[in-house]
Design a protein around this ligand. Structure first.
Ligand SMILES: *[C@@H]1O[C@H](CO)[C@@H](O)[C@H](O)[C@H]1NC(C)=O
Ligand SMILES: *[C@@H]1O[C@H](CO)[C@@H](O)[C@H](O)[C@H]1NC(C)=O
Ligand SMILES: *[C@@H]1O[C@H](CO)[C@@H](O)[C@H](O)[C@H]1NC(C)=O
Ligand SMILES: *[C@@H]1O[C@H](CO)[C@@H](O)[C@H](O)[C@H]1NC(C)=O
Ligand SMILES: *[C@@H]1O[C@H](CO)[C@@H](O)[C@H](O)[C@H]1NC(C)=O
Ligand SMILES: *[C@@H]1O[C@H](CO)[C@@H](O)[C@H](O)[C@H]1NC(C)=O
Ligand SMILES: *[C@@H]1O[C@H](CO)[C@@H](O)[C@H](O)[C@H]1NC(C)=O
Ligand SMILES: *[C@@H]1O[C@H](CO)[C@@H](O)[C@H](O)[C@H]1NC(C)=O
Ligand SMILES: *[C@@H]1O[C@H](CO)[C@@H](O)[C@H](O)[C@H]1NC(C)=O
Ligand SMILES: *[C@@H]1O[C@H](CO)[C@@H](O)[C@H](O)[C@H]1NC(C)=O
Ligand SMILES: *[C@@H]1O[C@H](CO)[C@@H](O)[C@H](O)[C@H]1NC(C)=O
Ligand SMILES: *[C@@H]1O[C@H](CO)[C@@H](O)[C@H](O)[C@H]1NC(C)=O
Length: 555
């Protein structure tokens, strides 16, 4: 049966009305009782005039599609779901130099911001006994989620497509041939599109929606009590729209997501304020000596990190082609991108374990110095979400002193201050800027990353743990009568509870990472006040790598 969208919506309403009428049960407080809670609240509907869709909002960015995947035909291994493989249905081979099934090295955890997200242990940041479940004696009242889009194709003009062009040019020259592990390259073609979510990427956001409905769905009853639908926010870029829609589809179901949540699309475009895309108004973020010192040191590091592997690969190619360190990064990225787009990549087994460790460190450097404490513009760019967080939880309109969009934030329609569930989608750079703005120094504990000797293992910061595909930062607000009568708060990133006692003055040392709500709000208000968006984003100063700036410009 084919239905129009409005028929589908009408059908959904009828189904809802029927199931609501069928069962009526009093207070479900005894064991075995059946609950009568129901969402959505009666006679609510999404407002597509106030919350227009992608076509009407515009600014989708470039949208080149790629070739269809054909893993059933061409992959070397079948993507069996072994029950523990978080990256199902991707095939991730073992690296060069390890016997096919003897090693357990998970290369997908060494891909920096191109890693699929996985649960990070609280012990990694100093809370070995913390659990992401609500602690005993506490009840959750509010939850806020800030999450990244799932896996996408490379951005327009990124290294993989330049590498493809280099290979294409070489094949036109004299004597081009490849042997050994590189044999595949003589018939390899570039199949990736740009910018858009891949099928696996869609599934990540969908699954995140399913997971969060499962974890926090009960908080929807608060909307029912208020007789209101939630507003979830994202940006206008095509992949960001699809990210929020896939998340909502996982959270509310198909087709319910079309009628049970208002999805707000904020324009992402040059010179337009948007907390989810602050680089569009923070001019210094695009200046090499300020916003991108991380990219510079990462490239410097990569120039020395892959020599042995490059020598091996260069011995397997003849003709007018020599692989450079830039090509090493491009091929590693092809390993990541082809895997998350097509299901597997022949580039992955070209590289050994140490190459993947260096690839991760390349991203650690880039993100520590571009969006972490080593960046002079990171806190300024994360300030928009920090101010919006404070606004939501103190029920005030946020001030216009960052990249947030005051036109929308000054409106209870677009920026409601009373939701029990908030969910905003953004980019990984902004998510890390935000963690920096919140002063979560436990995520960056140790000396600034060394870009001359390589990874000394002296800092807790690892990019793939904080900025992978579908990375997410969660706020839990709860009351804990058994422990402390006051409202309590804590923060998680990819399931790891973030310790705050050393960075947020007045928060007690607590094995569960809890801090009294008022204390936390006070500290974060102070933090917001010390971040000078105008200076950090527009002043003329020079920042250098090797320094922990706490994410703020040197004065
Ligand atoms: C390949 O050749 C074209 C045409 O000469 C050139 O424009 C392009 O820059 C070359 N690609 C690379 C990566 O060198
Ligand atoms: C070899 O490749 C380089 C870079 O693509 C190009 O400039 C040069 O003309 C090529 N030489 C020959 C002999 O094909
Ligand atoms: C490429 O190298 C392989 C292995 O040495 C050889 O069998 C093949 O004939 C070569 N192809 C061309 C076109 O030179
Ligand atoms: C909904 O949740 C908010 C935040 O926890 C709370 O202040 C409010 O009282 C709740 N409203 C209802 C109607 O339950
Ligand atoms: C908010 O975004 C809109 C585009 O949707 C833009 O026209 C407006 O100027 C922005 N407002 C502020 C205060 O930045
Ligand atoms: C930031 O750059 C834009 C051009 O991209 C320019 O219009 C604007 O004036 C600059 N802002 C400041 C404060 O320098
Ligand atoms: C690696 O190779 C580059 C040339 O690409 C060279 O400049 C550098 O000294 C080499 N580094 C090491 C550690 O061998
Ligand atoms: C962006 O917001 C800032 C205040 O935070 C304001 O000064 C600026 O005019 C806004 N820019 C645009 C383009 O609306
Ligand atoms: C309990 O709350 C009080 C008042 O906010 C605070 O001083 C104390 O540190 C809190 N204790 C714990 C364990 O959170
Ligand atoms: C940020 O955390 C550091 C500890 O790492 C602390 O010294 C500093 O006071 C904190 N900043 C604010 C504004 O709380
Ligand atoms: C920024 O400061 C440097 C050093 O003081 C100076 O050379 C440069 O001209 C200044 N740039 C601008 C745009 O004012
Ligand atoms: C890195 O290590 C080298 C050698 O120990 C040292 O000289 C340098 O100061 C360190 N720091 C940075 C940021 O590179």
């Amino acid at each position: 049966m084919l239905c129009t969208l409005s028929q589908v919506a009408a059908l959904a309403l009828m189904v809802n009305a029927a199931s609501a009428a069928a069962v009526t049960v009093p207070d479900a407080t005894y064991a075995g009782a059946t609950s009568s809670d129901s969402f959505p609240p009666k006679s609510t509907s999404v407002n597509s005039k106030q919350f227009p869709g992608e076509e009407e909002v515009g600014f989708p960015g470039p949208t080149p599609t790629g070739a269809e995947a054909a893993a059933a035909q061409t992959a070397p291994l079948y993507p069996y779901n072994t029950g523990s493989a978080k990256s199902f249905p991707l095939v991730a081979p073992q690296p060069h130099g390890s016997s096919a099934f003897g090693d357990n090295f998970d290369m997908t955890k060494y891909w920096g911001n191109l890693s699929p997200w996985y649960s990070v242990s609280s012990a990694d940041y100093g809370l070995p006994d913390a659990n992401p479940l609500i602690p005993d004696g506490c009840t959750i009242n509010q939850m806020m989620l800030l999450y990244r889009h799932g896996a996408r194709y490379p951005t327009s003009g990124a290294a993989p497509s330049i590498f493809a062009s280099k290979i294409a040019n070489a094949t036109k020259g004299e004597g081009f041939n490849t042997t050994g592990e590189l044999s595949f390259l003589s018939t390899w073609t570039y199949k990736l599109g740009a910018e858009l979510l891949t099928p696996f990427g869609r599934s990540q956001n969908f699954q995140l929606g399913v997971e969060y409905r499962q974890l926090y769905g009960e908080l929807l009853n608060n909307f029912t009590a208020q007789h209101a639908l939630p507003v979830f926010r994202t940006e206008s870029q095509d992949r960001m729209v699809k990210t929020a829609e896939n998340f909502a589809a996982g959270f509310f179901g198909v087709p319910e997501y079309m009628s049970e949540v208002n999805i707000e699309l904020l324009v992402e475009s040059t010179n337009v304020n948007n907390s989810g895309a602050p680089y569009n108004t923070c001019n210094n973020s695009n200046i090499a000596s300020r916003g991108s010192i991380g990219s510079t040191v990462a490239t410097k590091f990569a120039n020395n990190a892959f020599n042995a592997t490059l020598a091996r690969l260069n011995s397997e190619v003849s003709g007018n082609l020599t692989f450079t360190p830039t090509d090493a990064i491009a091929m590693l990225q092809l390993c990541s991108y082809e895997t998350i787009s097509l299901g597997y990549s022949a580039f992955c087994p070209l590289f050994n374990k140490q190459d993947f460790e260096n690839y991760e460190y390349y991203y650690d450097l880039a993100f520590y110095y571009n969006q972490g404490p080593g960046s002079p513009v990171a806190a300024a760019q994360g300030k928009g979400f920090l101010e919006e967080w404070l606004a939501r939880f103190t029920h005030t309109i946020p001030p216009a002193n960052s990249a947030l969009n005051e036109t929308f934030d000054n409106s209870s329609t677009y920026f409601p201050l009373n939701q029990s569930i908030y969910a905003d989608a953004t980019h990984e750079v902004v998510l890390l800027d935000t963690l920096t703005a919140f002063n979560f120094t436990a995520l960056f504990a140790g000396p600034p990353l060394n870009y001359t000797v390589g990874n000394e293992g002296t800092n807790t910061f690892v990019a793939s743990k904080l900025v992978p595909w579908a990375t997410h930062f969660t706020t839990q607000i709860m009351t804990c009568p058994a422990r402390n009568q006051t409202k309590q708060i804590r923060f998680l990133v990819n399931d790891a509870v973030i310790p705050v006692s050393a960075s947020h003055s007045g928060c007690p040392v607590d094995k569960d990472g809890l801090c009294p709500f008022d204390t936390m709000v006070g500290v974060l208000q102070k933090r917001a006040a010390e971040i000078n968006f105008n200076y950090d984003c527009f002043a003329n100063y020079t920042a250098v790598p090797g320094v922990d700036y706490n994410g703020r410009a040197p004065h």
